[in-house]
Design a binder for this molecule. Structure first.
Ligand SMILES: [Ca+2]
Ligand SMILES: [Ca+2]
Ligand SMILES: [Ca+2]
Ligand SMILES: [Ca+2]
Length: 388
């Protein structure tokens, strides 16, 4: 897509210099002015990105120090954006994802297909940002390609693969987003959003893939994930650190249709994004708002404005917050305390390891302590243990 533009601009400039400013190029009446604008935009973007890179690094170190005073040295390197003042050609990719070969963990999600004929849904929890809304606003038309059934995660250095398993086949086209929200310091506020547009085919592509960060740390307002009186000043995920193969790491995040399943879509991103302290993750499908700056949605729209997908709720039908589905927060790389907002209950997030079972964690340390290791978790939340 970008090559013809690049060649056109280069050709324009050559012709201008050689022919003495004959306006022979199509697309701009004053190419020199257009080029100046591009340079200025490039400089502005570079300055913004450099400032952001510094602040992200600083914010990460502060957060890491709060959680683990000795772990600062273990953090991933800071995000550095390479300045680029000229339009770039197609991204030169160094590393392209392979294929996930299994999964380390997964989340299951409520499915609504069986209720679609009645145009209702149960289990949507707007107050806690756990959305089950694969319906259009007002008319409540069911969209099976938005309805998440399960999401798998596999970590194979350097890639983290996410596979969405949806109720219906992916449509041929449409402005639909599939996203992963990452909370890398486990306090309930997402730090990063990896958001991909519906890709055209089964080839990995960076086209339509963006990685956004919450530079100013205001996601979730006072109570992460929990709804509050709308705060319009909240900026959500306001900084783009990767877009369409542009950014410090041009291979940072990818998307493709699963070659083997028409109802599955896969995202791959580099593990350098999430550091080394373990992370919480949740998955999103979104054909409605599609706006990272509006996270958390329930701090931007009241329940009344958002509407409800549940016929038993007086806020029915869906209104401002529609065509969206989300999962609970699963984890990888650390043991949760059980107090993390939005955390999946045990039955929603299983780590498949033979010989392992579940125990009720002690309140303080997040370990089994004297609690027995059982085949089945007897309460809502357990941690893994080795079966006797
Ligand atoms: Ca669902
Ligand atoms: Ca966080
Ligand atoms: Ca909130
Ligand atoms: Ca923000």
């Amino acid at each position: 897509m970008k090559k013809p533009i690049y060649y056109a601009i280069t050709s324009c400039l050559l012709i201008i210099f050689l022919m003495g400013f004959l306006s022979a190029c199509s697309g701009s009446s004053n190419p020199a002015e257009a080029f100046d604008d591009q340079v200025q935009a490039g400089v502005a973007a570079t300055l913004t990105k450099e400032a952001f890179a510094k602040s992200v690094d600083s914010a990460r170190q502060t957060e890491a120090a709060k959680n683990n005073p000795t772990a600062t040295e273990e953090l991933s390197p800071p995000v550095l954006i390479t300045p680029s003042l000229t339009p770039t050609s197609e991204p030169d990719h160094v590393l392209i994802p392979g294929a996930p070969t299994g999964r380390n963990t997964y989340v299951t999600d409520l499915i609504t297909v069986d209720l679609a004929k009645d145009k209702t849904a149960v289990g949507d929890n707007y107050a806690w940002s756990r959305l089950e809304r694969p319906y259009t606003a007002e008319e409540m038309q069911y969209r099976d390609y938005l309805d998440i059934m399960r999401v798998d995660l596999q970590v194979t250095d350097p890639w983290i693969y996410i596979t969405f398993i949806l109720i219906g086949k992916l449509p041929e086209e449409g402005d639909i987003r599939y996203a992963i929200e990452l909370d890398v310091d486990h306090e309930g506020r997402g730090e990063f959003l990896v958001m991909a547009s519906l890709p055209p085919d089964t080839e990995w592509t960076t086209d339509g893939v963006r990685v956004l960060a919450d530079e100013d740390g205001d996601i979730g307002g006072v109570y992460p994930l929990y709804y509050e009186t709308p705060v319009p000043e909240q900026t959500g995920y306001e900084r783009e650190i990767f877009s369409n193969g542009e950014g410090d790491d041009r291979d940072l995040a990818w998307v493709r249709r699963d070659p083997n399943h028409e109802n599955q879509i896969q995202i791959a991103f580099k593990d350098s994004l999430i550091g080394t302290l373990g992370f919480l993750w949740s998955a999103w499908t979104d054909e409605g708002l599609r706006d990272p700056s509006l996270f958390d949605f329930n701090d931007h729209f009241t329940f009344e404005e958002a509407g409800s997908p549940n016929k038993g709720n007086y806020r029915y039908p869906l209104k401002a917050v529609a065509l969206v589905d989300s999962t609970c927060r699963s984890w990888h790389g650390y043991v949760p305390t059980g107090d993390e907002p939005g955390l999946c209950f045990t039955e929603e997030q299983l780590q498949e390891k033979p010989g392992y079972g579940w125990c009720i964690p002690t309140a303080v340390a997040g370990v089994c302590g004297n609690n027995p290791c059982l085949v089945k978790c007897p309460v809502k939340f357990c941690i893994q243990c080795t079966l006797p």
